[in-house]
Design a protein around this ligand. Structure first.
Ligand code: SAH
Length: 260
């Protein structure tokens, strides 16, 4: 790979014995950062998760290890991944941990960094474009917009136990003009009910952005009342958005136009 840009940008190198925790962005391989691209060219090992684009992995000659997790077997698997990162670094390898989106946004990057810190392994965090911001941009939905919302709230639909996140949904409903929900498709019905009960309008715009920034991206624009039904038919990999800023999608959607 031509990495002339690395010298020009004065990028630090991925050194032996180090782990870089890197965000690959939500889908489109072009959304990885310059640091991430350089790490692909320098790594001896790449531990990647299920959301990472294959064409990015194909750029690298490193040894590639799939380190995705299935729902329900999280804790044991997570420890194994952290242990492997530590072991590979201690064996003096250049280790790239590549995750979808941003490693610190609902990505367990913090847990892996804690394990590295505890083991005394040097590491660097390379942020990525998170699905709840970049994926929305690919759907023509500005995550904030002056006319519609002065705040945005990122929420995960389910916690470690796989159940609906325990939150004060009434407070969220009152205090969050725009909600961006990860891992929430299965709970769209319960979330909608909680928000309606707390006084949100059934007519409020809502959207599902599925497979965002991928070739098969789908944007389903609906209302809060229509969200549960829309979620039932939506692809699994999806972000839910509730808020007035969703209206802008009709004006600002650009991806179909660029790829047509
Ligand atoms: N760290 C990642 C999020 C990992 S959690 C990030 O910053 O984006 C996994 C959840 O992210 C999925 O269940 C889905 O809600 C969301 N997600 C990730 N990539 C997505 C994509 N391309 N399109 C839609 N949703 C996506």
């Amino acid at each position: 790979m031509d990495i002339d840009f690395a010298a020009k940008l004065n990028l630090p190198a991925l050194e032996k014995g180090w782990v870089w925790l890197v965000g690959a962005g939500p889908g489109d391989p072009g959304l990885i950062t310059a640091l991430g691209l350089q790490a692909l060219s320098q790594a001896d090992y790449i531990l990647y998760d299920a959301l990472v684009d294959e064409t990015l992995l194909a750029l690298s000659g490193a040894e590639k290890i799939y380190a995705g997790k299935r729902a329900g077997v999280r804790s044991c698997k997570q420890d194994e991944i952290s242990d492997l990162l530590v072991k590979l670094a201690r064996d003096n390898n250049r280790v790239l941990r590549l995750k979808g989106g941003d490693p610190f946004v609902f990505g367990r990057g913090g847990e892996e960094a804690q394990a590295l810190a505890a083991a005394g392994v040097p590491f660097r965090i390379v942020p990525g474009i998170t699905a709840g911001i970049g994926g929305l941009a690919y759907a023509g939905i500005p995550v904030t917009h002056r006319d519609t919302n002065h705040a945005v709230t990122f929420i995960t639909g389910h916690g470690i136990d796989g159940k609906l996140t325990q939150l004060d949904w009434a407070a969220v409903s009152r205090g969050a003009p725009t909600l961006v929900l990860y891992m929430a498709r299965k709970f769209a019905g319960e979330i909608t009910q909680a928000l309606l009960a707390a006084g949100r309008s059934p007519d409020e715009p809502a959207a599902i952005v599925a497979n965002a920034a991928r070739a098969d991206q789908q944007v389903i624009v609906t209302t809060l009342a229509g969200l549960p039904a829309a979620a039932e038919n939506a692809p699994a990999l999806s972000i839910l958005v509730i808020g007035e800023n969703v209206r802008l999608a009709s004006e600002l959607s650009w991806l179909a136009k660029t790829t047509a």
